[in-house]
Design a protein around this ligand. Structure first.
Ligand code: SF4
Length: 355
């Protein structure tokens, strides 16, 4: 990938137009199943799976926390007050259907506990980093959903496009020493797989990444590979953003913060209280390989970047057949796919099964 000064606007690819811009969410979907990418992003069909509740809560919390960070306050009590006030405003307009008032109250307690955990665990540190960053640049560093973009040079593509703009988003930027850190609120860290438990690229992460693409290895880890693609897109997009902000001498890092992970909450039903904890996860060291870093002095990974470019080229060439991946996709991706009712491969496999 190479840097670009482009400022992205979200675009939806059409079914016949050439693809010039692609969001990394679409790319990670194509890793789970290329047909799913086609149905969701080429044909713009709506998924029947119910993934929206967790996403909505991430939006609620992300919006409230970004509003609090925008106050510039680094005092923990005032930061939490600002976040709670911002959440209250959003909560009043939140139209999620609950089974009962008690359930609505419980969800609100979980959200409040998550705000508290964020401020305790990382919020003050990040607020101070934002303060340092804004003293050095006039550019926007707080979202939510700050757009990033970079250029991906394609390997030989049938469509002939030499490069595609790859879009991604973070919720805010903060400073950590000489690094600019892009932070994104996510529902959970579950998609990361081994990236969650290993500290660096060399070793198990590198091995699993190569195995995923090895037809002999019988390994299919789309969440893990998609997360590495996302990290590559965000880190490259951050480099572009740093150039725009006059911060080009910084290294870039990518951090995810899960804010809708039920395993991180403890409920006391008698006292009607909720405790939450937060795991702040830096993906950068899991992504960079030290060989490429030694050559470029930038946070890059040649193997990931090359596979990412090849995956983008397949989308540009509209190669959406599961092909040799069908066995893995049918067991790992189909069971929770919201497009099965309109998917030719899935319907054909059901007919074979019934017959
Ligand atoms: S049902 Fe299976 S094959 Fe069809 S789009 Fe979904 S994941 Fe892909």
């Amino acid at each position: 990938m190479s840097d670009s000064p482009d400022t992205p606007t979200p675009t939806q690819t059409g079914s016949t137009a050439s693809i010039e811009r692609l969001h990394v969410d679409g790319l990670t979907t194509s890793v789970r199943c290329p047909r799913k990418y086609e149905l969701a992003h080429e044909h713009d069909l709506e998924s029947t799976s119910d993934e929206t509740a967790a996403e909505d809560r991430v939006d609620l919390l992300g919006g409230a926390l970004c509003a609090a960070l925008r106050t510039g306050d680094t005092d923990p009590d005032r930061l939490l007050d600002a976040a709670t006030t911002a959440l209250e405003e959003r909560w009043n307009d939140h139209d999620e259907r609950f089974h009962s008032r008690e359930q609505r109250r419980h969800v609100r307690r979980v959200l409040d506990a998550t705000l508290e955990a964020y401020v305790d665990r990382i919020g003050v540190e990040h607020a101070k980093g934002i303060d340092r960053l804004t003293s050095e640049t006039n550019g926007e560093v707080i979202g939510p959903t700050l757009p990033l973009s970079s250029r991906v040079s394609l390997p030989e593509s049938e469509a002939g496009d030499a490069s595609v703009t790859l879009e991604s988003t973070v919720d805010y930027l903060t400073a950590d020493g000489r690094s600019v850190v892009g932070v994104r609120f996510v529902p959970t860290l579950a998609p990361l797989g081994r990236l969650r438990y290993r500290p660096e690229w060399e070793g198990d992460i590198e091995a699993q990444f190569h195995d995923h693409f090895d037809p002999e290895a019988d390994v299919f880890e789309p969440g893990f590979v998609g997360s590495l693609f996302e990290t590559a897109a965000v880190v490259d997009g951050l480099r572009t953003r740093c150039q725009q902000l006059g911060l080009e001498n910084r290294t870039c890092r990518y951090v995810q913060i899960p804010v809708a992970d039920r395993s991180q909450t403890t409920v006391n039903w008698v006292q009607e209280s909720v405790d939450a904890s937060l795991e702040v996860h830096d993906l950068t060291d899991r992504y960079i390989d030290h060989h490429t870093y030694g050559m470029t002095h930038e946070h890059r990974n040649r193997a990931v970047d090359d596979r990412l470019a090849a995956a983008v080229a397949r989308i540009v060439d509209r190669k959406f057949e599961p092909e040799t991946r069908w066995e893995s996709i049918s067991s790992a991706s189909c069971p929770e796919c919201g497009y099965s009712v309109c998917c030719q491969e899935y319907l054909a496999s059901e007919v074979r099964f019934d017959g």
